[in-house]
Every structure is written in C-alpha cells, then in structure tokens.
Design a protein around this ligand. Sequence first.
Ligand code: NAD
Length: 320
Amino acid sequence: MPIRKVLVTGGAGFIGSHVADAYLERGDEVWIVDDLSSGRMENVPARAEFVEMDIRDPEVRTLFEDVRFDLVNHHAAQIDVRFSVADPAGDASINLMGLLNLTEAALDVGTQRMVFVSSGGVVYGEPEQIPTPESAPKLPLSPYGVTKLGGEYYLNYYRRIHGLEYVALRYSNVFGPRQDPHGEAGVVAIFCSRLLDERPLTVFGDGEQTRDYVYVGDVVAANMLASDTELTDGPGLDARAFNVGTGTGTSVLQLADVLEGIAGVSLPRNHEPARPGELRHSTLDSGLIRSKGWAPAFTLERGLQETYEYIANQRSRAQA
Ligand SMILES: NC(=O)c1ccc[n+]([C@@H]2O[C@H](COP(=O)([O-])OP(=O)(O)OC[C@H]3O[C@@H](n4cnc5c(N)ncnc54)[C@H](O)[C@@H]3O)[C@@H](O)[C@H]2O)c1
C-alpha cells in the first residue's frame, strides 16, 4: 500500500488518537489538527505532526494547500449532548461549520476520501428496531444528533455533486484506554474511577437501560477498513454509512457487575432518579460492515479489563 498523507482531526482525543496510532503503524504520514479543547497532548503520537488549530479556522485551508492530504479522518467534534441542548448554535458551529471548512479545503486539493465519524447512539433517536440497522428512520432527539446526521447529509451532497468520496461511521458507545468520563460511554471511565476509590457506583433509574459497548481497538479496525474499502453506489445516506457496534446490549447493572468482578470489590449501589431524555435501549446492527470483513475482536470483559488496568496504571503514575 502506498504511503499516504492522512489528516486526523481530533487526534489528541480519545478515539482519534488511537486511530492516528493505527495509520502510523501501517506506514502512513499523519497530521493531527486539534484545538485541545478536550484532547490532551499526551495522547498525540510522537511521530505525528501536531497542529493546534480549531477546525473552523480559515488557516485550515493553508494547511491543506501545503500538505495536500490524501485522506481526512474527521474525529474532532463537540460531543456533549447536554451542551448541544444548552447551546445548539455552539454545537452546530463546531460540528457543521467545522466540517464544511474541512470539506471545502479537501475538495480544493483533491483529497480522495473523508472518513466521517457519526453516531449510531444519536442519529436514530429512540429506535423501534433493536439492534438498529443503518436503514432505520433517522430521528435524532438532540441538536448533537442533528449535527451528526447533518454532517452525513453535507458529505452526501459533496459526494453526489462534487465527487468527494466519504464513509460515515456510526459508532455505538465506544470505551477503552484514554477515554474521559464525558463521552458517550463515559460511564465506563466513571465506574472504573469509583471502583479504584472504593466508592459506591451511582446507577440512574432502574439500571436496566442498555447500551452497545464497543472497544476502541475494534473501532480503530473499522476506521482502517473505511479508509480503503471499495464502496457501493446508491444515492442515499445509508449507501455510505456503517454502524460500528457489537450488536449486544449491556445494561448498566451488568456493566457494574462485570467491572466489580474485575476490580475485585463489591460495594452497595447508589440509586438516583432516571435522567430525563435518556434513551432506554440502544444497540446497533453492524451487519453491513461485518459483511466487509470487520468483526469485534474484543469481548466486553477483555475490553473492560484493559480499560480498568489503564486507568489504574495512570493513577499510580500520577501518585508516584
Ligand atoms: N465516545 C463515543 O462513544 C462516541 C460515540 C459516537 C461518536 N463519537 C464521535 O467520535 C469522535 C471522537 O470522540 P471522542 O469520544 O474521542 O471524544 P474526545 O473529546 O476525546 O475527542 C474529540 C477531540 O476533538 C477535539 N476538538 C473538539 N472541538 C474541536 C475544534 N473545534 N477544533 C479542533 N479540535 C476540536 C478535542 O480537543 C478532542 O481532542 C467525535 O466525533 C464523537 O462525536 C464518539
């Protein structure tokens, strides 16, 4: 495979930094654009070129003209559902205007493909079909869900009218090393930290709400596939979208049980009222990307073990 110039936006963040590692590992040249609003320098791979920049900055175009990226992998985003509800314009500014700034620059320099990170946890709203396939109705219930879906619509426009190729990956709840407690699967990081402090786990509602927890290593593999896979044609959004999840729903109570087993502690649970607006169930049918050869390699237990150990190691390093 020829060496490619790859831009990873959000590459100082949780998932983007793992994706940047993987491109470097297979020999690509990697640039990272991140404004460090939630990302951290310590996540940035040493061999990547780091550019501290907001994706909305007009200087993005100069960077594209200088480097002429072959591939753009777009992970930078405003990812907080509650922020998007409080400030829909702020959310749209980053998630839509930022995307347009990158896309226009990519078009100008002839970038071959964009990998866009959408969210299977929000674009379908409260789905009727579980596990939810790509073809299910897209009825987001938050401004964040609207901007993720809007991003797919914009890229579909650029593909159909301007020929800029793209793939949208609709992640379920991603967890793993480097995640911080604020992401969509933040509960894993929160539970790990609480168990390390031997503090009771807080469960909202009855704890039977389910999510599809997918390990970050498997999400990285989906990104590598999306970067190269041959694409089928079709006018709609779903011709270029892949769900990325395990297909298995895990309840908060099950998650707490597995993590307590890993930590070797058992504490009383702290029950709080259900949070308004929270989805009851969310699990993705990833049959499409599986048909291209992707499959999760990590069991939930193994992924949680890796995550717990990472957080425990980080704490002992910080305390040393
Ligand atoms: N974590 C999940 O479970 C999950 C699920 C579905 C989709 N996603 C998507 O995956 C992507 C990465 O999420 P993450 O969980 O790694 O979050 P993260 O916060 O760790 O990563 C986002 C990165 O983008 C950077 N960023 C934010 N705004 C920016 C801007 N205006 N300009 C430049 N950089 C900016 C942040 O500094 C951060 O490094 C996001 O697009 C998110 O919507 C995540």
